[in-house]
Write a protein that binds this ligand. Structure first.
Ligand code: HEM
Ligand code: HEM
Length: 223
């Protein structure tokens, strides 16, 4: 807690800038992907999808080399830890996790996978009229139709996960008096005494990884 005492506020850096930017830009892009499809702005729908794909690929890499709270190894727990955590849910006191708790970790992995499936299937999708994802030409019409169906249904799965995610954030706010959302903006969180301090990673590496993922998606789109 030395760092927290130096700051005078007791708040500790838990979310690095890449994770925070990733989160809020992803939220905006998913909303825009939905809107652009509704409004039939398909060129923008696809651009938005490429950006989402880039972000998800980046977040997967950052999950291996990023700050400790961004790493999969930090928030993927075994069933025993998850069950033990679930038993503490009715308690009104905050748990000792600087990053995602074991249940939150499951939800993060599910959301990342679901968004990856959404953007990935979109790359092969077609609307039987004029719009085709850039990888449509590499597969049969039958396979593209099948992936388009997944693209349509998976969006409902994503909406369900997002609904559960927001419900969980509200549960922590009103039941446990923990404002997780402010921490996702400021990057800092008040941690209970005895919580292990996170190790933060330089954001320069994140910029390089993001550029590599962007280049990879560009190559795919132009393949
Ligand atoms: C399109 C909607 C959303 C998606 C796809 C989404 C996705 C995610 C993902 C993937 C993470 C993990 C962050 C990481 O480790 O990289 C996360 C965490 C988080 N999200 Fe969202 N989110 C959405 C909307 C929201 C909204 C509207 C709020 C606030 C009201 C919110 C608050 C949070 C918070 C507080 C965390 C950190 C949870 C913790 O402390 O463990 N999210 N979200
Ligand atoms: C996370 C990113 C994305 C989201 C949230 C999303 C969401 C949606 C939604 C809600 C629909 C309408 C489904 C329906 O009519 O019921 C749709 C259709 C479509 N999307 Fe996406 N999409 C994403 C990424 C992409 C990408 C990357 C591409 C291609 C580059 C793409 C191409 C298409 C096409 C061609 C359709 C028309 C299919 C049809 O209506 O028959 N999408 N998308």
């Amino acid at each position: 807690m030395a760092q927290a005492q130096q700051e005078g506020t007791g708040a500790v850096a838990v979310w690095d800038i890449p994770v925070r930017l990733f989160h809020w830009v992803l939220v905006l892009l998913i909303a825009f992907s939905w809107l652009s499809r509704k409004m039939d702005w398909m060129t923008w729908h696809m651009y938005s999808g490429y950006a989402v794909l880039t972000l998800i690929l980046f977040r997967i890499l950052w999950g291996f080399v990023g700050s400790s709270t961004a790493r999969f190894s930090d928030f993927i727990y075994g069933p025993r830890a998850v069950i033990a955590y679930v038993k503490t849910l009715p308690s009104r006191t905050a748990a000792k996790f600087s990053g995602h708790n074991p249940l939150g970790g499951i939800s993060v992995v599910l959301i990342l996978l679901c968004v990856l499936v959404q953007a990935g299937t979109g790359m092969f999708a077609n609307d039987d009229i004029i719009n085709e994802g850039p990888l449509y030409k590499h597969v049969s019409k039958e396979l593209s139709d099948w992936l388009t169906t997944i693209h349509k249904y998976n969006f409902n799965v994503l909406l369900t996960l997002i609904g559960a995610h927001i419900a969980a954030v509200l549960y922590y706010l009103f039941w446990k008096s923990e404002n997780l959302t402010t921490a996702m903006f400021t990057g800092r969180k008040q941690l209970p005494a005895g919580t292990a301090l996170p190790r933060m990673r330089d954001a320069g590496l994140a910029a390089v990884l993001l550029a590599v993922c962007g280049a990879g998606v560009w190559l795919l789109v132009n393949s």
